[in-house]
Write a protein that binds this ligand. Structure first.
Ligand code: NAD
Length: 552
């Protein structure tokens, strides 16, 4: 890891340039000896501040700001100036930082990207670069890349097509890879594929920074992404390629196309599935029931919902349950109502879960007919879990499990408050967006947030460490089981289905260890790993502290 820094520092002809290299800059923390050796005397105020003092100063400014977008701009400016201090601060205050450097504030930042853009970060590969993508990748200054997060900007969070302004998403996701799983920031590469945009506001906006033309579609789009994948495999053969915020039709299709030939995964599909499944596994500890005895109604049969259903089926198959039986425990509902065999025009994915049952349209009558133990909202339809639906569910379950996973908060199928109130405090509740704790009489309930950040950084690190050439669902199943084990009895007693976010480095490390072990066990590891894998993984995680450049 140090080698990259040595290369960078050796390449700097004059000390002043080090102040403009965010991976190396220490600002006021350069020691006297470094100032002499690097020609920095006079370029910095004389007082030397420790990393801790610098962090305190950053936090003082951060917490004094009232506007979240202002905080985002402040933190990105710090990242552009001094990455060590940025990560040191983010890791120490992860609970306050996550909603700023990632959702929800990053969404607002993407919407206003034209206005807040200061310095480029990552690579923009546009359709004008067709037949030349390898050269563009070669322009990236760091030769070793371990993780790429790529978007084409078509479905940014719940905000739709933001074109090239979606770059905030790969940048933010990779900050989480470094903060949570210790992936060296010099080995992270955010990429936006600019294939145009169909956002009419952006097409007319003179400040828009992307290509002002309609989106490329069909074969031309496909061959552009094909060229990108092949070029990455050649230029950065070690890289894990994470697809992020592609439109649903492309997301599932591209995953299917590339999953068996590249080291790639789609977080919106596979990461979501693992986090949701981990929450369900943990719920079983609360209810003292078995996953194989559950009946699930999924309200929403899109990419995310079907992804959860598929991983649930894998979990049951591993327990010895036949696949047809596992599938029969999952009931899907889409905008056309209950997914049943008699419906025409169902996709292949939905057909796999279709039941031999008469068609029902309304959620209430579906819940009454199917009598699920678990109700999962993944439809993007806010407030669709009405009081009669929740009360019906609570009528035949002592502890009804309610996951309202749609984002943002306004699209959540049910708020935490309603879930707890309408079930008399008996619900086991998780959501996609965060909710405040709920008080009923003397009891306080802490809603759980099924945040993908619990899974993707650890999976990525485990794949990098093991050198696994592919990222099959079995690794996400391993991640889900590991995450579920990490929820302590104290967390459970407070109603939490996931560990607190400030344990995220430990969580990511444990998932990485388990994923690497699974890769070895399944014959996928490309390297032999030391017996003390735990220690080895921890030692591979980037720790944001300053190096002594006089010793380099
Ligand atoms: P999608 O568009 O692929 O699927 C939406 C599904 O909901 C479709 O099957 C659609 O038919 C169904 N639907 C729409 N209106 C309906 C209605 N009135 N009644 C019943 N079903 C209806 O979207 P997706 O990518 O699967 O995402 C769905 C939601 O899940 C989004 O809100 C997204 O934010 C959320 N999500 C959350 C997480 C997380 O919490 N970790 C991760 C991924 C997605």
């Amino acid at each position: 890891m140090m080698a990259d820094y040595k290369r960078l520092i050796n390449a700097l002809p004059h000390g002043s340039q080090i102040l403009h290299e965010p991976l190396l800059n220490k600002g006021t923390s350069f020691s006297d000896a470094e100032r002499d050796q690097l020609g920095l005397r006079g370029l910095l105020p004389p007082r030397i501040l420790s990393l801790e003092t610098q962090k305190e100063k950053i936090l003082e400014n951060f917490f004094a700001m009232e506007n979240d977008l202002e905080k985002y701009i402040f933190m990105i400016a710090l990242q552009d100036r001094n990455e060590t201090l940025f990560y040191h601060t983010v890791i120490d205050e992860i609970e306050a930082m996550m909603p700023i450097i990632y959702t929800p504030t990053v969404g607002q930042a993407c919407q206003e990207y034209d206005h807040i853009f200061r310095r480029p970060r990552g690579l923009y590969i546009s359709i004008q670069d067709r037949n030349n993508i390898k050269t563009i990748l070669g322009n990236w200054p760091n030769s070793t890349v371990e993780v790429i997060v790529v978007t084409d900007g078509e479905r940014i969070l719940g905000l739709g097509d933001l074109g090239a302004n979606g770059m905030g998403i790969p940048v933010g996701k990779l900050s989480l890879y470094t903060s949570c799983a210790g992936i060296d920031p010099s080995r992270c590469l955010p990429i936006t594929l600019d294939v145009g945009t169909n956002n009419t506001t952006l097409l007319k906006n003179p400040l828009y920074l992307g290509l002002q033309q309609e989106r490329l579609r069909g074969n031309e789009y496909d061959s552009f992404v094909d060229e990108f994948m092949a070029a990455v495999a050649e230029v950065f053969p070690e890289a894990v390629i994470q697809f992020e915020d592609f439109a649903n039709a492309n997301a599932a299709r591209l995953l299917q196309k590339y999953r068996d030939s590249y080291r790639t995964f789609n977080d919106d599909i596979q990461g979501t599935a693992a986090v949701a499944l981990a929450g369900l596994m943990t719920s079983m500890k609360v209810t003292s029931q078995a996953l194989e005895n559950q009946t699930l109604v999924f309200y929403g049969a899109g990419t995310a919902g079907i992804g959860i259903g598929k991983l649930f089926v894998q979990a049951l198959i591993e327990k010895g349950i036949p696949e047809y039986k596992a599938r029969s425990q999952c009931w899907f509902v889409d905008s056309g109502g209950l997914v049943v065999k008699s419906r025409e025009g169902l996709s292949a994915d939905k057909m796999e879960f279709a039941h031999d049952h008469h068609h029902l349209k309304e959620l209430l009558e579906i819940v009454q007919a199917v009598r699920p133990t678990i109700l999962i909202g993944i439809s993007g339809q806010g407030n669709s879990f009405t009081q009669p639906v929740i009360e019906a569910l609570a009528g035949f379950n002592d502890q009804p499990i309610i996951f309202a996973l749609s984002n943002p908060t306004s699209k959540s199928e049910c708020t935490a408050e309603k879930a707890y109130h309408w079930t008399g405090g008996r619900a086991i509740f998780a959501s996609g967006s965060p909710f405040e704790p709920v008080q009923i009489n003397d009891l306080s309930f802490i809603p759980s947030q099924g945040n993908n950040v619990y899974v993707f950084p650890g999976v990525g690190l485990g794949v990098i460490i093991s050198g696994a050439p592919r990222i099959p669902d079995s690794l996400f199943l391993t991640a889900a089981k590991t995450l579920s084990k990490l929820t302590s009895s104290e967390d459970l007693s407070r109603g939490r289905l996931y560990p607190p976010l400030h344990h995220i480095r430990e969580v990511s490390k444990e998932i990485a260890v388990a994923v690497a072990r699974k890769a070895v066990q399944d014959g996928m590891a490309a390297v032999s790993l030391p017996a003390d894998l735990d220690h080895y993984v921890a030692s591979r995680m980037y720790d944001p502290v300053y190096s002594d450049y006089t010793a380099v």
